[in-house]
Write a protein that binds this ligand. Sequence first.
Ligand SMILES: [Zn+2]
Length: 304
Amino acid sequence: MKQDIIKYDENIYQIDVFMENKPGRMSCYYIDSTNPILIEVGPSNSFPYLISSLESLGINEVKRSAMTHLHLDHIGGIGHLVEKYKKHFVYIHELGLKHLPNPEKLWKAVSEVYTEEWLSTNWGEIKPTPLKNLHSLKDKELIDLGNGRKLEAIYGPGHAKHHFTFYDEYSKTLFMGDTLGLIYPHGNFVQPNLPPPDFNKEVLFKTLDELNTLDLKYLALAHFGIHNNPYELINNAKESIELWIDFVSKLPNLSIDEATDSLQTWLIGNYRILNIDEETINNYLNNGNFKMQIQGIRKYLNID
Ligand SMILES: [Zn+2]
């Protein structure tokens, strides 16, 4: 087993796929039950890391995967996966069936935010996924993991309108995608992730409140890793989101770049007050897209 894989209870593997060639940025998960499944594939450029990790576990064929949402850091490598395993079956929001067989429109839309050059260099180009490999998820759909174990797909908009989370009752693990936000090594606090065009506080809080009623032992985040204080983190996420919205609502006259700088400066101050060490602060700052947070919150507040 490679160093960047961690095995948790009940045969759950956390795999670091070295997004943007950096550790601690993007986790995929593999539930090695009787009827196994991969959760998230990561961006295209991470695909070789994912495959070599799976092969180091002795997994030479991945039959099924479940995708939390259609952002390219989560699904960029999906065409590669289906090209490698021809019969591979993907569970995804219905918008995936619309966009993934012909991903040009999706690519163009994302390029407008990140620029095409940035996307190609950092996440890599995407390949089409045939429709026959894609399955459209329904809210509360149960995916069979074998031996009576089930993975429940729970529709959870707020971060994105095409977002599902996946609940494994057997291990009491909730695979959250980006619904909660970001937790980077070695912090134990949530940094909001509220991108345009879909971020909506009321919708996101409704999702988080619903997830909060589940019997939980672990939260598995895409960015990054598994955490064993689920209820505390859900609370922490909600508090931080409220504070961020309040802060951004008071900057309406600043340009996007000025507002981005203000948010970052305010955040560094807050993190220092909380006595967070400088290395962790830098880790959170360098791996958050703050301009996008301003855009997402302003869109939600209608101050753009
Ligand atoms: Zn993400």
